[in-house]
Ligand binder design. Structure first.
Ligand code: HMG
Ligand code: MG
Length: 311
């Protein structure tokens, strides 16, 4: 299979940790229920292709996201492969944490919002109420020795509110990190960010004491900007990137959200620049092609389409 010509780029980090969200963010948006065994096979194949961190599922209200109602069954099907520090699951509240602990998880992600409208639509609460909901989740998770990630959605724009002031985003990020999270993921839920905006937000976070080392970036690709924004963040010192195998994804509670940055597109760019990811691109492309068959439509990833001759 074709690979990019390697020309090292000294402005990028030597190694990037990919936080693979295809199984959670990718599948949560699918209306046809994907069988639990297919999800388990997806996780196993992603792990076999060298992806270290794989977000497995969500312990949310199953009525809100029916696709992930099988969270406990999926973890049971995966056994040890679904557990550990590098297999986080989304948890919004104490009920979700109880279910996650019962399933044996070792890492969770809470998910807040920078805007009031999305907090209401996604969590049925105001921003302040959702932080109050997360506080005991993080406290109990830390007590149980779990690793905790905090997502913040609508960091670069909101489909209902439009522009989102950077100070408001930084405040939401600081409030969630103050709960005791280990890592912050900046969500461009609707894919509207541009590089200057990325730099400005990272700078605003630094002022609030949130260093680049604790920050991950999570770009959806609605406007085709995800890879360019990611490379900008990497040149600013970020070294954790969320991506979705095959470019699957979206958010059922955010109109105009499409798939995440495709993991293959990211890996192509990073390997070409001599950046280590631990991923075997050929095996990952085969996995995304397999998953596209399961879903019955071609992968939106340009690299998957180019390498499988389907474009
Ligand atoms: P609510 O309706 O306000 O919850 O939902 P409640 O506390 O009032 O409880 C109502 C009922 O739900 C109760 O049952 C609870 O037990 C049950 P009843 O007593 O009526 O029989 N319930 C639960 N059951 C199972 N597991 C739970 C749970 N919680 C309550 N965890 C809630 C509030 C937060 C639960 C709801 O709004 C919810 O589940 N939201 C999740 C929405 C979601 O998953 N969105 C997608 C993920 S976020 C995303 O994709 C963005 C991201 O990718 C970053 C980016 O791109 O920006 C991360
Ligand atoms: Mg997302």
């Amino acid at each position: 299979m074709r690979a990019p010509q390697v020309e090292p780029d000294p402005t990028l980090p030597a190694r990037v940790r990919i936080h693979e969200v295809g199984v959670r963010d990718g599948l949560q948006n699918e209306s046809a229920i994907v069988p639990v065994e297919v999800k388990a096979e997806f996780v196993r194949r992603l792990a076999a292709s060298g992806l270290e961190t794989i977000e497995v599922t969500s312990f949310v209200n199953p009525q809100w996201v029916p696709q992930l109602a099988d969270a406990a069954d999926l973890l049971a099907a995966l056994g040890a492969e679904g557990l550990g520090r590098h297999r986080p699951v989304l948890v919004p509240n104490e009920r979700g944490l109880d279910r996650a602990l019962e399933a044996g998880v070792n890492a969770i992600a809470i998910f807040g919002s920078a805007t009031e409208t999305f907090a209401r639509k996604n969590l049925n609460r105001s921003v302040a109420e959702s932080i109050a909901m997360f506080a005991p989740v993080v406290a109990r998770a830390r007590e149980a020795g779990l690793w905790v990630r905090a997502y913040v959605s609508m960091c670069f724009g909101d489909p209902w509110e439009g522009e989102v002031p950077i100070g408001q985003v930084a405040d939401a990020c600081a409030s969630l990190m103050a709960l005791g999270a280990d890592e912050l993921s900046l969500g461009d839920t609707i894919g509207v960010a541009t590089p200057g905006h990325v730099v400005a937000l990272l700078d605003a976070l630094e002022v609030r004491g949130i260093a680049r080392e604790a920050v991950a970036v999570h770009f959806h690709d609605t406007y085709g900007q995800a890879l360019s924004n990611t490379m900008t963040a990497l040149r600013q010192g970020v070294a954790i990137v969320d991506a979705s195998a095959g470019g699957l994804g979206g958010c059922p509670y955010a109109k105009s959200a499409t798939g995440n940055l495709a993991t293959e597109d990211l890996v192509w760019a990073l390997h070409g620049a001599g950046v280590e990811t631990g991923v075997d691109l050929e095996s990952l492309v085969a996995t995304s092609a397999w998953m596209a068959e399961q879903l019955g439509r071609p992968s939106p990833s340009r690299v998957v389409r180019a390498l499988t001759g389907s474009s």
